[in-house]
Design a protein around this ligand. Structure first.
Ligand SMILES: Nc1nc2c(ncn2[C@@H]2O[C@H](COP(=O)(O)OP(=O)(O)OP(=O)(O)O)[C@@H](O)[C@H]2O)c(=O)[nH]1
Ligand SMILES: [Mg+2]
Length: 185
């Protein structure tokens, strides 16, 4: 179905959080432009993009905010977090230290927007790099997910286009549920 001529009723701001080079820009690029870049071009500052999505019969305009993961670009974080409706917390399945950094991102979300105020989805990206993966689901389930509850977890590959659309659908759905627009299941 083509929604181009319809007006979205809801406009939701999604923020994509995580350390440098975990694949934030790649996930958004795959979702919005359906392409992938092997070259690492680090994000400087903020870079919002748009895509419409249909969830449970509701047409929603997602405004997706990308941000620099590297700590030296901290100055735009106020604009980044402001009035966000939902967040992706992205780590790199091949670099466990990127998971540790998410505690800090989650803290910033809670401090600026209120504790557990917006839905978060935990994303383990680069699932295609099978031989280099250093984090398994058992570890996450025991040691990590309990610290981030309530949260859902998905493994993605921006490269292979695995679980990318599902990620944005799930987050949109969680936001609409939280806002009472669709029913909890
Ligand atoms: N194999 C593989 N490589 C990926 C994937 N996603 C991203 N990459 C690569 O990882 C590197 C970093 O990706 P970016 O999307 O630029 O990372 P970022 O999180 O936006 O980084 P900053 O902007 O510095 O915060 C690039 O070389 C990408 O090609 C993936 O799913 N699989
Ligand atoms: Mg980036």
């Amino acid at each position: 179905m083509n929604y181009n001529n319809q007006k979205a009723k809801y406009h939701l701001k999604i923020i994509v959080c995580g350390s440098g080079a975990v694949g934030k820009t790649s996930i958004i690029r795959r979702y919005v432009e359906d392409r992938f870049e092997f070259n690492y071009l680090l994000t400087v500052g903020l870079d919002p993009s748009n895509r419409q999505i249909e969830v449970d019969g509701f047409l929603v305009n997602l405004i997706i905010f990308d941000v620099a993961g590297q700590k030296r670009f901290q100055t735009l974080r106020d604009v980044f977090f402001r009035k966000a409706h939902g967040a992706l917390l992205v780590f790199d399945l091949t670099r466990p230290e990127t998971l540790d950094d998410l505690y800090e991102w989650k803290q910033q979300i809670d401090d600026r927007l209120g504790k557990d105020k917006i839905p978060n989805i935990l994303i383990g990206n680069k699932s295609d790099l099978e031989d280099s993966i250093r984090i398994d689901y058992g570890f996450l389930e025991d040691q990590v997910i309990p610290d981030f509850l309530p949260i859902k977890y998905l493994e993605t590959s921006a490269y292979q286009d695995a679980n990318i659309r599902e990620t944005f659908s799930l987050l949109t759905k969680e936001i609409l549920k939280k806002q009472g627009i669709i029913n909890q299941d």
